[in-house]
Design a protein around this ligand. Structure first.
Ligand SMILES: Nc1nc2c(ncn2[C@@H]2O[C@H](COP(=O)(O)OP(=O)(O)OP(=O)(O)O)[C@@H](O)[C@H]2O)c(=O)[nH]1
Length: 407
């Protein structure tokens, strides 16, 4: 084989890692907020440079620049740790990493030039590299554990890589190579294992990182499609879709539909401003969510109009829920400080089989309309007779105008 061919052959793993680095940078350019992709790309680029240099540099040149190549490799290692840390929102402990890095390089220098000792050199450098990788791990385990299997696979492959890196010289011996062989020699068992494990894990991380990023992007798009941007609760479209799943589950019956509407919301906007109106909508949404159970649905159908689907509940208990919400809203003194009490009207209907959703929504809406006409700040439940009560202002106009606007 010619020297040129030989170079290509030994450079192949480094070039493959460099290619992955380029791929990750392109992914980062498309998804700028996913900065861990950039750190991972930087990690691979630095590792590829270091490994490539070690693969083709003549012995004497490499021996002279071993610390430089080691520095590149350690920097790449730190970027890899940064990538995981950025993704899991933890620290890489940069000072500790710097200390370990400097000590590893000092050991590399000392056991190469001052007191040549291959065994110490390889062990200490590998141990330092693995340690830098492990620095963010305790915080990752202490924080919230990843929920999705892709993130778990990513975490565990990272930990495996870090431990293998630490034990690489020992592993080389365990694999049956009686001598380590200097990693200055491109053909040594240690060197081949270093290259192959780096390439294998780089490939694995890239696939897992890209898959996890795609999944996150899809989740984010789905969340945005399904949720109201202001209140973060379900929008009308997602309510219908999710309601069908609840209605298909026989264990969740009887089901109640609550249509709720904030009273005189236009006046709140006019007197306190649109921003305060938005705060009121957010406060109402969180109050509604606080008062329902995990299987129940809370949606904003538009403006100041909300719909709730309550599962495993009869009409009496559904009414109790609505009254509890009314009480919580009216006793709040922070959203409209020194202002009129916040009130809401409700209409409640029942569902006993999956085909009744449209009808139940219509009934709840009509009952809500009745509650508004009867004076607002009340709950109307299907099957009951409500006498028409003359119109009353729950937020008297004069009171609003005299208010300190508190914007
Ligand atoms: N701040 C804010 N206001 C909104 C938003 N969406 C709709 N609105 C306002 O909500 C008000 C709804 O007014 P109306 O439909 O007259 O209802 P209301 O004043 O609550 O009267 P009743 O329902 O009869 O008690 C309008 O002034 C809309 O501009 C929003 O996202 N933020």
């Amino acid at each position: 084989m010619s020297v040129a061919n030989n170079h290509i052959y030994v450079l192949a793993p480094s070039l493959a890692i460099l290619f992955l680095a380029g791929l990750l940078v392109v992914c980062w350019l498309i998804q700028r907020q996913q900065r861990f992709l950039l750190w991972l790309g930087a990690a691979y680029a630095l590792a590829a440079l270091s490994l490539g240099f070690r693969s083709i540099a003549p012995f004497e040149v490499l021996n002279r620049h071993l610390v430089t190549a080691g520095t590149l490799y350690l920097l790449g290692t730190w970027c890899l740790a940064m990538s995981l840390a950025e993704r899991r929102h933890v620290s890489t402990h940069p000072r500790a990493a710097l200390l370990v890095g400097v000590l590893s390089l000092a050991a590399l220098f000392y056991f190469t030039h001052v007191d040549p000792n291959l065994w110490f050199r390889l062990h200490l450098f590998s141990f330092g590299t693995g340690l830098i990788l492990l620095l963010p791990i305790p915080a990752v385990f202490k924080n919230e554990r990843p929920k999705y299997w892709l993130d778990q696979a990513l975490l565990w492959s990272y930990v495996t890589y870090a431990v293998l890196t630490m034990l690489r010289p020992l592993l080389t011996l365990l694999l049956g190579y009686t001598e380590l062989g200097d990693f200055l020699h491109a053909t040594s068992a240690y060197w081949v294992i270093t290259l192959m494990s780096t390439l294998f894990f780089a490939l694995l991380f890239t696939v897992l990182m890209c898959a996890a990023t795609i999944r996150e992007t899809i989740d984010k798009l789905r969340r945005e499609r399904d949720h109201d941007t202001l209140t973060k609760i379900l929008n009308r479209r997602a309510f219908y879709e999710t309601a069908q799943q609840r209605l298909a589950d026989q264990r969740l019956y009887p089901i109640a539909i609550l249509a709720g509407d904030i009273d005189h919301f236009k006046r709140i906007n006019d007197a306190w401003g649109h921003d305060r109106g938005d705060l009121v909508l957010q406060f109402v949404s969180s109050t509604l969510q606080r008062n329902v159970r995990s299987n129940d649905l809370v949606a904003r159908f538009g403006g100041e109009e909300f719909v709730l689907l309550l599962t495993r509940i009869d009409l009496e208990d559904a009414e109790r829920v609505a009254q509890r919400i009314r009480l919580e809203l009216s006793s709040d003194s922070t959203t409209l400080p020194h202002g009129p009490k916040l009130t809401m009207s409700f209409g409640i209907s029942a569902i006993t089989d999956p085909t009744q959703l449209e009808n139940a929504l219509k009934e709840a809406d009509e009952l809500l309309y009745g509650a508004k006409n009867a004076g607002r700040d009340r709950v109307h439940v299907i099957g009951r007779i409500y006498p028409d009560i003359s119109f009353e202002h729950t937020i008297p106009m004069g009171e609003i105008i005299e208010l300190p606007l508190g914007r």
